[in-house]
Design a protein around this ligand. Structure first.
Ligand SMILES: [Zn+2]
Length: 248
């Protein structure tokens, strides 16, 4: 069904928009009946949006005066991909863990495919996949998504014969909000709030985040890992905010 509503469930929008949208909300509380990505009715996740987890990632650069960072993302932040990410982070009525894992798997595969331009040397230690930290409020609500993405990526990298571990090494101090800050301010602020919980001496690290907006979080995570003795060359993310630097 390409249109609006399941027949019989909700007859028509004309008999009172308020009532209809209230009904939509109520039904959705019980079980999501529209797609988390495109809002299409009668499915919590349509085939098209489910397949966004399998699309070929794009490589780009996160600019930095000191040393630019490589990035691999599933796509640009917008449309159905954006809606899916927001639902995974905030909508407690949905379980998108399987989608996140498969998206992570594609990102791991994407890094392998893009290794010529986003190479990470693999040394004596297994490659460390490091989930970007979230504020404690999200951890408390059980809406952490970066560890699931990292687990999917780790499987793809493991399947390619590269030793890999997921290491939740980073921590974000609580009470820190990025809202209303510019990119530079975000970065300075992040540098004070993201710290490594453990030493990652000599480890080659790949960061995993949900969305790269200004790159400030990725760069702050890298700084924290380098302070803890690690090396960090590349970040994986579900989506990157469109810029003209994409290498494709
Ligand atoms: Zn959809």
């Amino acid at each position: 069904m390409s249109g609006a509503f399941a027949e019989g469930r909700i007859q028509s929008r004309d008999d009172g928009g308020m009532v209809t949208s209230l009904l939509e909300e109520l039904i959705n509380v019980i079980a999501p009946t529209h797609c988390a990505g495109c809002r299409k009715w009668d499915t919590p996740l349509c085939d098209e949006c489910a397949s966004l987890a399998e699309q070929s990632p794009i490589a780009s650069i996160i600019d930095d005066a000191k040393s630019p960072m490589r990035s691999v993302a599933l796509g640009t932040y917008g449309g159905s991909l954006r809606n899916l990410i927001l639902a995974a982070k905030h909508d407690t009525t949905r379980d998108l863990r399987d989608w996140l894992w498969r998206a992570g798997h594609s990102l791991g595969q994407g890094w392998l495919d893009h290794r010529a331009i986003v190479d990470v040397p693999t040394g004596n230690k297994p490659l460390h996949l490091i989930p970007a930290p979230s504020r404690w409020t999200r951890a408390w609500r059980g809406m952490l998504i970066t560890p699931t993405i990292a687990a999917g990526a780790a499987q793809a990298i493991h399947d390619a014969g590269i030793p890999v571990v997921v290491v939740p090494a980073l921590h974000q101090k609580w009470g820190s909000s990025q809202a209303g800050l510019s990119g530079d301010q975000r970065r300075r602020s992040r540098n004070r709030t993201i710290t490594a919980l453990i030493e990652v001496e000599e480890a080659n690290c790949v960061l995993v985040d949900d969305v790269v907006t200004t790159g400030a979080t990725m760069l702050a995570c890298r700084d924290a890992l380098e302070t803890a003795g690690g090396r960090c060359f590349v970040g994986l993310s579900l989506a990157i905010v469109q810029n003209e630097r994409s290498l494709k």
